[in-house]
Design a protein around this ligand. Structure first.
Ligand SMILES: Cc1cc2nc3c(=O)[nH]c(=O)nc-3n(C[C@H](O)[C@H](O)[C@H](O)COP(=O)(O)OP(=O)(O)OC[C@H]3O[C@@H](n4cnc5c(N)ncnc54)[C@H](O)[C@@H]3O)c2cc1C
Length: 482
């Protein structure tokens, strides 16, 4: 695009949002080049509008200049969904942070897209309500980003992910029109577009308001931590719990590498020789959690658990969760770089898939740590490496092999992080040309010109960004490691 057109667009954006809310100098756009994934590419400009009207006008200005638009929340996405492909303007929702209403009677929250996930539950709590989707990034990741990626979290096992909790959205469409999809009344007639929009990774429009389902706080919560000699016995216990008809609110597993890392870094007192650890949480009526408690303890012991800790108080509960929540920072002490996967596999195949993952990591010479949502089979193998010695190409090759094993076991490419740029070239592994064509047609109904977050989800966009290997190496040499 010509410098003149780019300059004119920046002036237009400044006249809409104010000069201080538009960034275009290299040093200002630098932090918008990347998210929590590896890919990186500078946007043409970044606009930070304050409301739906300004977002709509920014989208129209970009369209008139022939420039694509990339919606951005907190930028914690792990699949490169916010990377600007081509000449693109990033539109940030950072200034749309109002919780408009907590309707305790209808159990609905009406919120802006830039509201961090955890703030919804905090606002609902005085009304005896909570918002169920709980990505580990929930302190910072936004409702707009959670909708974009159909975010899940530990409690998705019982409550489902974002798609089960979004009742309606207001969205700025690629032509700058504003439309509302869905509604709070049950059984709306006509096509339900909300499940299509949730998980569409910003390719259909920019969500500017959301109506979210709230749930009553459970009467009782019980949390257990069981240590097993190996992953297989822990996985068998997890399957036995579900087979008994108990649907825990959360069921998480840590492997030996993660347990040792957490022990070394923090005061959590796990057994150093445990081969796996299962964290189980049940919630509901007191009678329900009471009977689940004895069943879970017995099932874990049957599968060889050496000691099951049961939290009696909120403080003890938090202590048990500490091991899970501090996993990533603990692992960062082992190697400065890591790459996290997000494949889903059938629960029955978990032990075999984990054996294969470990074998792949061994063959490539990387340490692998596994800390994941075992209840719904959402694996998060974390390859740990050091770019001063390892190559990113090797990490990507090993990652492709890991994904292949997961797919061949009957699994899916992503459980919660989305496809983005990171996995779009693997979509051919799971979908034929007709399937992708059908998805493209659905997208075209909203965005016939492909101007909204181009290069994501569909194969072909992965060449738009680069992994800045040299810059990462330089950073490490200069001490850029926690
Ligand atoms: C430490 C850590 C832990 C994490 N744990 C989890 C986890 O447990 N579960 C999980 O699901 N994810 C997890 N993630 C990934 C990430 O936090 C989620 O994908 C989250 O939903 C992204 O929210 P965000 O506001 O950062 O969105 P961004 O990264 O800014 O954007 C993500 C995608 O959504 C689109 N988008 C953003 N805002 C809008 C909008 N208003 N309208 C339309 N599209 C939009 C973007 O274009 C992009 O495609 C984790 C990430 C980190 C770094």
């Amino acid at each position: 695009m010509s410098t003149r057109t780019a300059d004119r667009l920046v002036r237009d954006l400044e006249s809409i949002c104010g000069e201080r809310n538009v960034f275009w100098r290299e040093e200002d756009t630098l932090v918008f080049e990347y998210d929590a994934g590896f890919d990186r590419r500078p946007p043409l400009a970044v606009a930070v509008p304050k409301n739906t009207d300004e977002i709509a006008r920014c989208v129209r200005a970009a369209r008139d200049a022939g420039v694509a638009v990339v919606p951005r929340g907190a930028g914690t996405g792990l699949s490169g969904g916010t990377i600007a492909c081509g000449d693109a303007v990033v539109i940030s929702t950072a200034r749309l942070r109002t919780i408009h209403e907590i309707d305790a009677v209808s159990r609905v929250a009406v919120v802006d897209p830039g509201v961090p996930n955890l703030e919804v539950s905090a606002a609902a709590r005085p009304h005896g309500l909570f918002f169920a989707p709980d990505p580990a990034s929930q302190r910072v990741s936004t409702i707009g980003g959670n909708i974009g990626t159909n975010a899940g979290g530990p409690h998705a096992l019982r409550y489902g992910s974002m798609v089960d909790h979004v009742l309606a959205v207001e969205m700025v469409l690629p032509d700058g029109e504003v439309a509302v999809f869905g509604g709070v009344a049950p059984d709306l007639p006509g096509y339900d577009c909300v499940p299509l929009i949730v998980g569409s990774e910003g390719t259909l429009g920019i969500v500017t308001k959301a109506w979210l389902r709230l749930l009553p706080l459970p009467e009782d919560v019980r949390t257990f931590l069981a240590e097993f000699p190996d992953v297989r016995s822990g996985a068998r216990a997890a399957s036995a719990i579900i087979a008994r008809g108990i649907v825990p609110a959360a069921m998480e597993m840590l492997d030996r590498t993660t347990i040792r890392a957490v022990n070394a870094a923090f005061d959590v007192h796990l057994s150093e020789d445990a081969g796996s650890m299962l964290l189980v949480e049940v919630e509901g009526l007191r009678e329900e959690t009471g009977s689940a408690t004895s069943a879970i303890v017995a099932l874990c012991e049957d599968e060889g658990a050496r000691g099951v800790r049961v939290a009696e108080t909120q403080a003890e509960r938090e202590l048990l969760w500490k091991a899970r929540k501090l996993g990533y920072p603990a692992l960062a002490r082992i190697k400065p770089n890591s790459y996290i996967h997000d494949a889903v596999v059938p629960r029955s195949k978990l032990p075999d898939v984990l054996d294969s993952v470990n074998a792949i990591a061994d063959r490539y010479g990387y340490t692998v740590a596994n800390m994941f949502h075992i209840g719904d089979g959402n694996l998060h193998p974390l390859l740990l490496f050091d770019l001063r010695e390892d190559t990113i190409e090797g990490v990507m090759e090993a990652s492709a092999e890991i994904l292949k094993v997961a797919i061949e076991s009957g699994g899916a490419l992503s459980g919660e992080h989305g496809i983005g740029l990171e996995k779009n070239h693997f979509m051919f592994w799971v979908y034929g040309p007709e399937d992708l064509e059908a998805m493209q047609r659905a997208r075209s109904a909203f965005d016939p010109d492909g101007a909204m977050n181009p290069g994501k989800i569909f194969p072909g966009g992965d060449t738009c960004a680069a992994i800045p290997t040299e810059r990462i190496k330089r950073g490490l040499a200069e001490g850029m490691w926690i």
